[in-house]
Write a protein that binds this ligand. Structure first.
Ligand code: UD1
Ligand code: UDP
Length: 373
């Protein structure tokens, strides 16, 4: 009998990282009946990904509201998924990572006594407020999950240290690398106006510093420090700062208030995935608090300065493709200037080696479920 697999995602990074896995399950039609549910925690930023990867969504819950609170969103996810799970009765629910969709889809599945498979399992900072609320969201998913697909040895070890049964942990690499490889392939035939716009902004004479950010623990003073650092860095006439601004109003309002109209600073709407990958590959340095960007950049050989005080992705720091710079203005500025001036150091940390995966994660996950599910 075919196994019924139900995917639940809600945000941009979940959809990017689940897209290759959904496709891989769909290739195995004789074994699996695949159903895809979007909570719609994100809207425009999620639609960009669904469109690019051509994901067929069976059920769209459309739950996003402007500047939603965690409580409001959580209760809507829990309530809306009950009916879906009652109707679909899947054998497995697949969730990804650490968003509110992840945590509450896990709880909803548990209440319906459906097995949960957690993709990108085992990431930890061991600080419950950093990142907030993601550290606890992924711990909730980890507590409920029946199968834990860990991207790295370290992530698997974190789960073992929490007494998770070793037999339920499978190390696969991160599906984000599968997505990146697919993304580069699909881009060749994708009509992309956003890349054309970017080509008009960038100049061969100037180095690009790409910025992204959205972490809740950086709201307020963190983002003000980051913006003030960017302002000072932008005084260098040899660089362009390109910043696709996250749509969360707590980010967008601060960033546009402090950085609009500044020379050398280009504030853009969130870019579609292929345009963002293209821009990463053209960048000299990436300044970010994003999880996914930390994982993708080493494949392109672009150094990442992580504007956070902690990271659940220590592999990049260990392999020297990323530096944890925090959110203090002076530290961000001095690290960027050091990398702009010190060619030897720049070369040392811009190596094309990726500790997060090899592009085979989705295949490994599907094979595992085929054999053991
Ligand atoms: C969410 C996740 C975070 C993930 C990030 C990826 C939670 C609590 N947070 O943060 O873990 O790293 O997504 O980007 O799960 N908005 C739009 N359009 C969109 C998306 C967001 O307008 O397409 C605005 C809305 O006003 C929305 C707000 O952003 O209410 C916040 O969205 P939410 O998903 O709650 O949090 P993020 O900061 O996006
Ligand atoms: N990304 C994108 N467009 C952008 C910025 C980022 O497609 O303008 C992609 C990026 O390549 C990565 C993912 O979005 O795959 C990261 O999402 P985000 O930083 O919002 O979330 P996180 O990874 O921190 O959870």
């Amino acid at each position: 009998m075919k196994k019924k697999i139900l995917f639940v995602f809600g945000t941009r990074p979940e959809a990017i990282k689940l897209a290759p896995l959904i496709k891989e399950f769909q290739k195995n039609k004789d074994y699996f009946d695949v159903h895809v549910v979007s909570t719609g925690q994100h809207k425009e930023m999620l639609d960009q990904v669904i469109d690019f990867f051509d994901i067929a969504v069976d059920c769209e819950l459309q739950l996003m509201s402007k500047n939603q609170s965690l409580n409001e969103l959580s209760s809507k996810i829990l309530n809306s998924l009950k009916g879906v799970l009652d109707n679909e009765k899947p054998d497995y629910v697949f969730v990804h990572g650490d968003t509110t969709t992840t945590a509450f889809a896990s709880i909803a599945s548990f209440y319906n006594q459906i097995k949960v498979c957690h993709i990108e399992a085992g990431l930890r900072t061991f600080d419950k407020y950093s990142p907030f609320p993601e550290e606890i969201n992924r711990s909730i998913a980890g507590k409920i999950a029946d199968l834990h697909f860990a991207p790295t040895e370290q992530a698997a070890q974190n789960l073992i240290n929490e007494n998770v049964d070793k037999k339920s942990i499978i190390i696969t690499g991160n599906t984000v690398i599968d997505a990146l490889i697919d993304g580069i392939k699909i881009t060749k035939n994708y009509n992309n106006n956003e890349i054309e716009v970017l080509k008009k902004i960038i100049s061969n004479d100037r180095k690009i510093i790409l910025v992204t950010g959205h972490r809740r623990e950086n709201f307020g003073s963190g983002f003000k420090n980051i913006c003030n650092a960017i302002l000072e860095i932008s005084e260098d006439p040899n660089i362009d700062i390109i910043y696709p601004v996250h749509l969360n109003p707590n980010v967008k309002n601060t960033v546009y208030d402090l950085l609009s109209g500044e020379k050398n600073i280009h504030l853009l709407n969130p870019l579609n995935y292929p345009a963002f990958i293209w821009l990463m590959s053209k960048s000299h340095i990436i300044l970010t608090d994003s999880g996914g960007v930390q994982e993708e950049a080493p494949s392109l050989g672009i150094p990442v300065l992580v504007m956070r005080n902690t990271t659940e992705r220590p592999e990049g720091i260990k392999s020297k493709t990323a530096i944890l710079v925090g959110t203090k203005k002076d530290k961000i500025i001095s690290t960027v200037r050091n990398l702009l001036e010190d060619k030897k150091r720049y070369k040392e940390i811009s190596l094309k080696k990726n500790p997060y995966g090899d592009g085979m994660a989705s295949k490994k996950i599907v094979e595992y479920i085929k054999k053991n599910g």
